[in-house]
Design a protein. Sequence first.
Length: 183
Amino acid sequence: MNIFEKLKNGEPVDMTSEEYEPAVAELIRANMALYKLNHSEPTPENMQEGFKNLFEENYPNGATILTPTQIDFPKQIKFGNNVFINHSLTCMSIGGIEIDDNVQIGPNVTIVTDNHDATNRMVLKCKKVHICKNAWIGACASIMPGVTIGENAIVAGGAVVTKDVPANAVVGGNPAKVIKMLS
């Protein structure tokens, strides 16, 4: 099992260990690709080339992502079709992010999959985030590790989501709570 599979499985990983070195190399590669992407004129050609460079073989053909963006481990993200992501997305994606079909994500959204051990902060503990189809994440929302956003759910702007969101629910607040259910 490689380091990325281990992190997706939620196994603790010491960031000072030799086994973590491929993650450091990928972080540096992605950061260099992001710099070029975020500082290029946003023509369709530049954007396509920039995102292909960032995501490599995981290029999100079915997604529109506006720049600037900050994605630390792009190869750990899986995109569905017809996904729209507004500017200033931040993904700490080492633990894996899955974004299903027809998801909309507003500006300044943060999605986090990693956390640190409370007694040894050099140890990563990751949990995958899954955003199910037709979900809408409002501006400035934060999605924390291990959360699943249910199908057709709406996350209100500014919400901090720390627990799973049921399908067809509207959630908001800090921590996010169900405001109402959609019919």
